[in-house]
Design a protein around this ligand. Sequence first.
Ligand code: ATP
Length: 388
Amino acid sequence: MAEITLSHIVKRYADGFPAVNDVNLDIRDGEFVILVGPSGCGKSTLLRMVVGLEDITEGELRIDGEVVNDRSPRDRDLAMVFQSYALYPHLTVAENIAFPLRLAKGKYSEADIRRRVEDAAAMLELREHLDRKPGNLSGGQRQRVAMGRAIVRDAKAFLFDEPLSNLDAKLRGQMRTEISRMQRRLGTTTIYVTHDQTEAMTLGDRVAVLKKGRLQQFASPQELYEQPVNLFVAGFIGSPPMNFLPVTYSAGALESPFGRFALPEAKAAKLTAHEGKVLIAGIRPEAFSDLSLVEESRRDHGAVLTAEVDVVEWLGNEVYVYLPFSASDEIRASLDQLDRDLDGEGMRTQMIATLSGASRVREGEQAQLWFDPARVMVFDPSTGENLT
Ligand code: ATP
């Protein structure tokens, strides 16, 4: 059993600025939880407080109901895997993996150590490499040794700090699958820090999204995708990112830079207090289809936006279509701020539609984009709150 509970956790470094600000998380036994957010959001600080490498300024950390704020890292019994792997270069793979067992002097017999190292090596496909030194291993193999060192003892939980960021994209994808398989097999509570939303979405049972030290939302990947609480979470989750369009709400419909469309009644009902106001509509790129490829029977159930195509990127099975629009200074300022929060590229005044590779839209021509208005979200531009 290892439940990890964070109650009103605050971290202030010497400058007094809260790097982590009043975070509450209730991590269940066996759960795989991801801490994600842009650089500087406080995710590493949070993980380091859980493992005991950083003091907690305020709040309570409980492991299985017991407050552990003042316990040393060793007494918390958590296994951490670092981004840098932190392997001992002069020890073999087998000795590196056995290291935490030898550290617990006398707790494990020689036979037990041998068996545990072999089991860990088998699970991580390192058996042939047990006698080699880390310097003679590939990046992926070193990463596996670091994981072997974490799983070799019965730690209460695994803590990962960006473990895949030193690997190339292909290996990262492969290791992601391996970590997921290993965690399901062992059923050990896991907290995993990353700034990569794809890792977050594919690995996590639940994902905690952080911005500037504050928890924005703690939910399943599906819920984050379908019901983000605010613009920040909506813009952080999904690739390519969600489109944000300036819109005016009136009489159950939204006036957008690409035309007017009606909202489903349930969504419109939530916007009655915003009649006549400028709001931000969020539509995911993959919500769009090329109207000419939509079956007749479905066309009436959706809405259509018309826009001039600036750029088309063909990727084989799909195409990315870029459609610029103009926005008022006020909306532009709000979108630019959002972009800075998200560490973005400052390209918010164009819409992206991800269409089927069979689409024949052309640069410089008008595209007719079909979508289901039930997939549209509407945000308050001043607070960022998802109103729908
Ligand atoms: P990254 O992905 O870049 O590592 P992060 O989300 O993990 O970012 P943290 O490393 O936890 O963020 O840092 C959160 C904030 O605390 C940042 O503003 C950072 O500058 C600050 N910070 C981190 N460590 C210290 C420290 N030892 N002393 C003072 N400030 C610190």
